[in-house]
Write a protein that binds this ligand. Structure first.
Ligand code: SF4
Length: 364
């Protein structure tokens, strides 16, 4: 398959691993932002093939993992009060404070698992006597489709459709990580799919302010080792700039049509990140024009607050301070059948990646 098979080529991947080995002279810590990249690194055994001088640190780029516990409880509250709640499949097993959405569904809640928020608009149209809420979770990548669903509902005059918004943005999270006193990161692999929407102009000031290389990188084995090589090369040469490894999908200016839709419906606001806390201007909220599509306001559930599970160190893992196997619950009380935290559930979660794909060589 074009743009896929050739990026899984073993010989080309090995040649970049060799280049990394011959270029590197010092220890460097490189954070891959996206959970999809973490899975690519672990699943393909790349962590074991990299020279010891490269330490990959897993970043916060798993949308399910960073969605606060209280948002899940809010969705469950709606479900238990007769609202049709629609969600992508990856959210439904994530534990809330008492139960998951799936458990609430088993108790009779009308939970619909969808591939697109546009399907939720159709459900609202077909059920005029019911309230329908889409659980709008994600980074910049899912924001255009969620915004589009609101525009469709507005155009159709649907009064029974709203969204429970938990959109977070990558650059403010990178800045919060870099400002952390425990931060040891020397370079970033930027999330290719996020930049396919947003472009990467906003990374230049970050690279300059923190003197840190940022390489926008894809998800296949060759993408990852090439991205790591580009970051190592910058570090060894004392350069800190933004480079685009994922040029087959990412343009500097991003996807202008998608950005237009996002900017019509959302504006930047403060957001709470699970395990990290509130980061100023780190997410999207609905603009005043679209506040009547805000499920939190519509159903008066803004004040639901719940504490995190004290046994789960997801916050430290999402900030790159600890690896999953350093959690005392990893593989014991916490596993994919009985997850204590979102990183063990999500297909992009670091704990799930290590549980499914790592071997003893990585657990060092
Ligand atoms: S292993 Fe489980 S308990 Fe530990 S950080 Fe990961 S999700 Fe949380």
């Amino acid at each position: 398959m074009k743009y896929l098979t050739e990026y899984r080529n073993l010989e080309a991947t090995k040649s970049y691993l060799k280049l990394i080995e011959t270029t590197i002279t010092k220890k460097w810590n490189i954070m891959e932002i996206c959970g999809g990249q973490t899975h690519g690194l672990v699943k393909n055994g790349i962590l074991e093939l990299l020279p010891d001088k490269v330490q990959m640190i897993h970043g916060p780029g798993c949308p399910v993992c960073v969605t606060p516990l209280n948002l899940i409880d809010k969705a469950i509250e709606l479900l238990e009060n007769g609202v049709i709640v629609c969600s992508f499949g990856d959210m439904i097993r994530v534990p809330g404070s008492k139960k998951s959405l799936l458990e609430a569904k088993a108790n009779g809640g009308d939970l619909r698992i969808l591939y697109s928020p546009i399907e939720a608009v159709k459900i609202a149209r077909n059920n005029p006597d019911k309230e329908v809420v889409f659980f709008a979770v994600g980074f910049e990548t899912t924001a255009p489709a969620n915004a589009l669903s609101v525009l469709h509902a507005q155009k159709e005059g649907l009064k029974n459709y709203s969204i429970l918004v938990s959109h977070v943005l990558v650059p403010p999270a990178m800045e919060a990580i870099l400002d952390d006193k425990f931060c040891t990161i020397n370079a970033f692999l930027g999330a290719g799919h996020v930049c396919a929407i947003m472009g990467y102009k906003e990374y230049y000031p970050l690279a300059e302010k923190y003197k840190i290389p940022i390489v926008i990188t894809g998800f296949e084995p060759l993408d990852l080792v090439q991205g790591i090589y580009m970051a190592v090369k910058q570090l060894e040469e004392g350069i800190h700039t933004v480079e685009n490894q994922y040029s087959r999908a990412v343009k500097e200016e991003g996807n202008l049509a998608a950005l237009k839709v996002i900017n019509q419906v959302f504006e930047v606001g403060n957001r709470e990140w699970r395990g990290i806390g509130e980061i100023p201007n780190s997410g999207y909220v609905l603009t005043p024009e679209f506040k009547n599509f805000d499920a939190e306001l519509k159903f008066g559930i803004s004040n639901i607050k719940v504490p995190e599970n004290p046994d789960c160190i997801a916050g430290q893992i999402l900030r790159g301070i600890k690896k999953p196997y350093q959690c005392s619950q990893f593989g014991k009380t916490c596993n994919p059948s009985n997850p204590l935290g979102a990183p063990m559930v999500s297909s992009e979660g670091a704990c799930a990646a290590y549980y499914h794909f790592s071997n003893n060589a990585i657990l060092k």
